[in-house]
Write a protein that binds this ligand. Sequence first.
Ligand SMILES: [Zn+2]
Length: 70
Amino acid sequence: MRKAWLSPVPEKCQLCRYKIIDEFYDVNTFGMGWAIVCNACFHIEGFKLGVGFGQHYKLDKKEKTFLRVR
Ligand SMILES: [Zn+2]
């Protein structure tokens, strides 16, 4: 089952302020709560995916919504 992002679409990465275009990660920062981060920050900070860690969302151009890919 594909899960759509139901909250307002984030405009910027909450760490570096880079504009969110077609993908983002919703991650547990273990210190600052949950944050929306860009692809670069996800890898630089070494965030993880999975239950309690984070999810990866990508823009589905046909449905014009972000869908969870992992
Ligand atoms: Zn970022």
